[in-house]
Ligand binder design. Structure first.
Ligand code: HEM
Length: 337
């Protein structure tokens, strides 16, 4: 298995998430940036000793075909989107994801600026989210977030592709969603009621007993013992001026099927619960899927697609054959309950 990108590192106090779409004709510049990324990270990180600056770069399904010839990660596809009876998870554009994480915001920001400079004219940054640690790794709902992440070997098998797709072993499937919290209605709940929404105690972060934990609580809906494990690196973000208080959800998984099954249960429901009650207080405003190849991928990128392949893809796109990706918000493809 190739050395993974540093996606299994512990949560950091600072993070920046950049999602970009590749402009027409921007592929060569993007390829150059991806090849230079490890060096850029070293240049910035070495100047901020102790920052532990890390950058995990991921590529979306349509972008993969535009950037690389040859094999593709077996399960890479666009984010499906979910249309439940009451809540929906939209699909939003994104060809590239840069997940920057460090002990200090300056290190993240410096590298984000460098990435922005290199992408200028070739790609458009469609979302930038600056995440921060909030007290004891709490989300803005006030609950500790990340406790039940797998550790050690379990984290490796939860997050990393193995021999089942040997060419891409050491890589990881990535799902991101931005959620905005309705803080007024959340704060109107008693602490006991909030604990029943999440399924854990608020102050000391213990899981509620089966007898006390409602079937529609967030941890009951996402029970990893039955659904499989994922590695989450969620970060709070917000703007007081804009009245935005949110959680940036990011999951790394050996197969996208596990986080997608969780989303099905959260939005479309199951025999046990109609939907995840956290959604009554949290609205998904973005949703995009990517693949984070192993670190060595960037040392020697696959060849670019031959011009004939590009032309053929472009002509099938103009003939109306589905070519999603850097397009607009496409909630028309949402999975329905
Ligand atoms: C509004 C956005 C979200 C917030 C604020 C949030 C918050 C939390 C909190 C506080 C916990 C309990 C502590 C922990 O184990 O981390 C938790 C657990 C968990 N969450 Fe989320 N989460 C969000 C979205 C999601 C989404 C979209 C998924 C999957 C699609 C997800 C999957 C999980 C899983 C797998 C667990 C652990 C369940 C277990 O095995 O105990 N979360 N989340």
């Amino acid at each position: 298995m190739g050395e993974p990108q540093p996606l299994l590192d512990p949560l950091t106090p600072a993070a920046i998430f950049l999602v970009a779409t590749i402009d027409d004709g921007g592929e060569a510049v993007v390829r150059d940036l991806l090849a230079d990324l490890p060096g850029l990270r070293r240049s910035v990180g070495f100047r901020v000793p102790g920052s532990g600056l890390a950058c995990i770069a991921s590529i979306g399904s349509t972008a993969w075909d535009r950037l690389f010839a040859g094999p593709k990660p077996a399960e890479l596809h666009e984010f499906p989107g979910y249309q439940g009876e009451k809540h929906q998870a939209p699909v939003t554009p994104g060809d590239l994801l840069f997940h920057l994480r460090a002990q200090n915001q300056d290190a993240c920001f410096e590298l984000a600026m460098k990435i922005g400079e290199r992408l200028a004219g070739a790609a458009t940054i469609v979302d930038e989210t600056q995440g921060f640690r909030y007290f004891e790794q709490r989300d803005l709902l006030g609950f500790v977030d990340g406790t039940e992440n797998p550790e050690g070997q379990l984290a490796v098998s939860a997050a990393l592709v193995g021999d089942e797709d040997a060419e891409f072993a050491g890589g990881s499937y990535v799902v991101v969603q931005k959620y905005l919290h309705d803080m007024d209605s959340w704060k109107a709940l008693s602490t006991d009621e909030q604990e029943r929404v999440i399924g854990r105690t608020k102050v000391d972060d213990f899981e509620l007993s089966d007898a006390d934990k409602p079937l529609d609580s967030h941890v009951a809906v996402n029970d990893q013992d039955t659904l499989g494990q994922i590695v989450r690196a969620n970060m709070p973000f917000g703007s007081v001026a804009a009245g935005e208080f949110g959680t940036y959800y990011i999951a790394y998984a050996a197969t996208p099927g596990v986080p997608e099954q969780m989303l099905v249960r959260m939005f479309l429901g199951s025999d046990e619960a109609p939907y995840d009650r956290i959604l009554d207080f949290s609205t998904a405003v973005t949703g995009t899927s990517f693949f984070a190849p192993a670190a060595s991928f960037f040392d020697e990128l696959p060849d670019a697609p031959a011009p004939a392949a590009v032309e053929e893809r472009e002509s099938s796109a103009t003939n109306g054959v589905a070519l999603s990706g850097s397009g607009s918000l496409s909630i028309g493809t949402l999975k329905r309950s």
